[in-house]
Design a protein around this ligand. Sequence first.
Ligand code: B12
Ligand code: SF4
Length: 656
Amino acid sequence: MINGKEIEIVAKKIHTDNPGMTFQTATKYAEKNIINRKKNQTILFIMPINYSYTLLNQIIKDSNVSLKIDKEFVEPDPSRKNLNGKNQKLQIKKKQEKDFCKSLNLFYSHPLGILYLAGVARACGFKVEILDLHKNFCEMIWNKKIKHESIQSFMYDKIKKKILLHNPVLVSISCLFSMASEVAHDVVTFVKKIDTNVKVLMGGGYPTNSPKETLSDHNVDAAIIGEGEDAFNEILCSLDKYSPENYFHNPAIATQQSLDKKIKPIGDKIKDLDNLPYPAWDLLDNPISYITGTNRTRSYDLKEKRCVSLYTSRGCPFYCTFCASHTVHGRKLRLHSLDHIFAEIDKLVKAYDINLLLIDDDIFNFNRKRTIDFCKGLIDRWGNRFEIEFPNGIYIPTLDDEVVGWLSRAGVKDVHIAVESGHQYTLTNIVKKGGLTLEKIKKAIDILNKYDIIIRNFFIIGFPGETKEMIRKSLQFAADLNSDWTSIFIASPIHGSDLYRIAHEEGYLDNSKNDKNKLENRHYLRSTLKTKDFTSEELEELQYDANLQINFINNRNLINKRYDRAEALYGDLIRIYPDHMFANYCYWQSLVGQNKLKDSKIIEDKLKVLLKNPINIKYVKKYNLFNKEPFSSFLSKYEIESANVETLVAPKWQLM
Ligand code: B12
Ligand code: SF4
């Protein structure tokens, strides 16, 4: 029997920790909290490695580490020495000659969805543990401390340790992307192998869009559809008598049994965002150690940048063909109040001294007044403490002089903008980017330049309905923009997007090659569509060529003699891809342009070494650079003549 006084005390504490929450909601949590706390049960959240095995294969190859993908993984025999960390096999392969175009950029972002759910679990009185396998994996590769034979044994080991230590009653797995589904299912298998009785939930974009596939794995007890907080709350409160039938009334909790009963999975959309508990940042192992946003490409000392990700609104009213975000977060824009966001930032400043905000909203600046008020509020409270970034792109049509001025004053120095296409017909009728015109793009870029903000464009090519000519025009538009960087992605029919529906209905999925169209292999780095207008190979060629032309050979900063900016951008790139010949070449130009001759000599020597790789010579020939310094001094006529450019094929993975 719980008494009213006890509830009030706990409710007050919950309310103080989550000031945006109504006292009524805090009281509801308090009632659950008191009951559950006595049970002393733990909920374990797992973020699986967020890559497909195909990508992981490439990463392993590029990183020169001894690690395999073990599709037939069986629990290792612990008596074998190398599993105890002793007598390990050779961990790092002999350094292979590296082709500049093949490196992938490994990084890890804050698992925000998990943090929101962890906040709910904690308010409900459970102990919470988070295992971020993605982060652990990236760190292992970076540090080259490989103690395992395979990716599976690495995951198994980590999961086993966590489960044996904390004995959770529920394991909650996040799978945001379809491409990570195969790895996520392996994680589920391992969890159940280690503890057959534990309940396993999976939530995120993959189960939301593919509940049947998710639940065809009988180790998944329930797939949570859409925004998970409410459904998760319901399961938490009935864990002791967990049974699929108990959830038939709730279409956001899909089970094998509910699918058998033909109950259509429908996701929740949280109505009042401020009423949610704050994301449980303190349960994350060192939140500011996460490498995300341009943190992973910029040359500033990482220790100086302490960043968190924020999600200040949910949903987006637009209908971009390639996007699947609405399947989870819906098309109705819901906002956290600015007070709520500032209170969260305040906590994070006090706890971690943060100074970089990564805003992950779908469409943060949809409402220009809210954008300006946010900037003003930030400046009023914290002066110029922050830098702000929008890693998944800011919405262009509201970027007028006043908005950009405030964004700049509040700390935006480097911005990604979602251009998508440089062809008006494609933009309006194929991509369906709400309210965007080529004129608005150019105008926004002029304004961003006025405030000296680094501009990185996102482009997508290869939509059904686009011809090669339209793609070329789009890329020419990109080349002509006065911006710093252009990332060119390939339209990918991810589950839940209109593009997937169209591609499926019209037979555009390119199944000609091995596993290309497996769910897990669809992402913006690889072409998986084939229409009457292009093949997937042609698209990859176009993409790769445009990347080299726009970002390197005809780079805007080099053309405009903005050598200091070019030095910074290419310097960052070289830090990640030291063997990238074009990055070194452009870096060299930026140094020579500033008369930094001593430094440029070092890069010149490096280029000489890089030209030992025949692929690099072919690229020099392909782009007619052999008559230009410094290549003209390094390459003999014979070397140029014998380089066969015909054999060059675009690499499978684009760089940036
Ligand atoms: C940040 C982000 C990333 C980060 C990673 C985030 C992370 N920590 O893992 C990075 C930059 C790495 C990334 C990469 C990619 N991304 Co991304 N990304 C996002 C973004 C913008 C925000 C995610 C987020 O934090 N949301 C905020 C939290 C609160 O929401 P949430 O994570 O969805 O969690 C809620 C629910 O999903 C659910 N839930 C989630 N997990 C769980 C677990 C349980 C147990 C339960 C009960 C519920 C639950 O409840 C949560 C709370 O409501 C989304 C768009 C979006 N608006 O969500 C795209 C999005 C998820 N990405 C997408 C894609 C396609 C990609 C890429 C494949 C793109 C590419 N390059 O090809 C890559 C693949 C990843 C990779 N490893 O290479 C698609 C996924 C679509 C799909 N069906 O697969 C999205 C929806 C974007 C879009 N426009 O379509 N991404
Ligand atoms: S504006 Fe962004 S979030 Fe909205 S539909 Fe388009 S891509 Fe998706």
